[in-house]
Design a protein around this ligand. Structure first.
Ligand code: A1D88
Length: 256
């Protein structure tokens, strides 16, 4: 992999986007993200993924320079659908994915961050969908995910104007979980990731599966929740968790 690297620390895969100068999401980088997910999904040492950007930004979005190679409507549809498929996979990835956002998450960069389960941001980061400044629209799920976080009116304003909001504002609007000074971003996001990594991978996977139904009907969602509850209840980790509570000790979850 050229633009993504990762290392494991206490059950956390720390994934770094490294494509200077702006971590623009070249199509190759999006393919690498798909490959990385396959690698990390099958690695039992990894329980949580933490995604962050090297350099000045998390990511400034799709690579605008690559757009000059897109010469037909169908090619543009394909470009959008490829990105959407990889980001959909990330959103339903069976291990929690946390984005740590500094500098800027713009366009596809924000669409990537919105596909993660949790977002920690630097207070002064810029988060926005500036595609209309380029005469295009968001294409990696932004028109659908942004309103789910901030509501339709704020999403319309952000998309129509192309103007970003700060990390602090993103928390107020429900787009990000927590805003911190930039120097505290990675340590705090890593602390959160390590805390989550202590939970049972079986129950994390089931919780992620059930949460996906928030996009569907309540009836479908609670049915899925009950099914997942059954699967998890039958796991060794559930026995360990319940026994540990009774014995007044910390559980150790094996992932079985
Ligand atoms: C389906 C998805 C669609 C999309 O995602 S469309 C893309 C949406 N994103 C954007 O429109 C953001 C565009 N970039 C910017 O607005 C600015 O940049 C920043 C706010 C990120 C940073 O501004 P500043 O600090 O003034 O730096 P700088 O000189 O503009 O950029 C540094 C270098 O980064 C390159 N760059 C920035 N964003 C992109 C990009 N999205 N695609 C390709 N290159 C990008 C520039 O060109 C430049 O490069 P050089 O130093 O060689 O001139």
């Amino acid at each position: 992999m050229e633009f993504l690297k990762w290392r494991a620390e206490d059950g956390v895969a720390i994934v770094t986007i490294n494509r200077p100068p702006a971590n623009a999401l070249a199509q190759q980088l999006i393919r690498e993200l798909d490959e990385l997910m396959t690698e990390v999904e099958h690695n039992n040492d990894v329980r949580v993924v933490l995604l962050h950007g090297e350099g000045r930004f998390f990511s400034a979005g799709a690579d605008i320079k690559e757009f000059t190679d897109v010469s037909s409507e169908q090619q543009a549809v394909n470009l959008a659908e490829n990105g959407q498929a990889v980001f959909d996979r990330l959103e339903s990835f069976p291990k929690p994915v946390i984005a740590a956002i500094h500098g800027a998450a713009l366009g596809g960069g924000l669409e990537l961050a919105m596909s993660c389960h949790i977002r920690y941001v630097a207070e002064d980061a810029k988060l926005g969908l500036p595609e209309l400044n380029l005469g295009i629209i968001p294409g990696f799920g932004g028109t659908q995910r942004l309103p789910r976080y901030v509501g339709l009116a704020k999403a319309a304003e952000m998309i129509f104007t192309g103007e970003p909001i700060s990390g602090a504002e993103a928390v107020q609007w429900g787009l990000a979980n927590k805003a911190v000074p930039q120097e505290e971003l990675l340590p705090q996001a890593l602390e959160l990731a390590k805390k989550i990594a202590k939970k049972s991978p079986v129950s994390l996977k089931a919780a992620i599966h059930a949460l996906q139904y928030s996009k569907k009907s309540f009836e479908e969602g609670i049915k899925a929740e009950a099914e997942q509850f059954g699967i998890v209840f039958n796991s060794e980790d559930a026995k360990e968790g319940i026994q540990a509570f009774i014995e007044k000790r910390q559980p150790t979850f094996s992932g079985k």
